[in-house]
Design a protein around this ligand. Structure first.
Ligand SMILES: [Zn+2]
Length: 137
């Protein structure tokens, strides 16, 4: 049987404020810049979710992409889209919502949800120019 990687891109909008609560205000401002804005600010995130598995000989799919879309919507987007990550999303109560940490949270939520396909890769775009990759390690 052949194995293949299938990717779905999803989009969400969310606000955040990056800060280390153990640091002084000036230090947070210096390190996190605009993302330390006291009144929060928003990003238009794109998330590429890639799953890997055997191609089912009956359907020709690794995982029906419509099902992948539903899984990502249900498990992730309804919790993140149009939310303040710091205030509205318990996953970030004690986690600084950087792109790196958001990617790790997305992985932890999605990996069990896509079984028996294997979550192979996620890429979180915070801006058109900046993205982070995570593969669960
Ligand atoms: Zn930001």
């Amino acid at each position: 049987m052949s194995r293949c990687v299938v990717t779905r891109r999803v989009h969400f909008n969310a606000a955040h404020r990056l800060a280390n609560p153990r640091w002084r205000e000036a230090e947070n401002e210096r390190v996190f810049g605009v993302c330390n804005s006291p009144n929060f600010h928003g990003h238009n995130y794109n998330l590429d979710v890639s799953v890997e598995g055997e191609i089912d000989p009956e359907t020709g799919y690794v995982l029906d992409i419509a099902r992948l879309k539903d899984i990502v919507s249900e498990c992730l987007l309804r919790h993140l889209d149009h939310k303040n990550l710091n205030l509205d999303v318990p996953w970030f109560r004690d986690v600084n919502p950087t792109a790196e940490n958001i990617a790790v949270v997305c992985w932890r939520v999605l990996a069990p949800a896509v079984a028996p396909a294997r979550l192979a890769h996620i890429r979180l775009w915070e801006t058109e120019r900046n993205y982070v990759d995570y593969e669960g390690t």
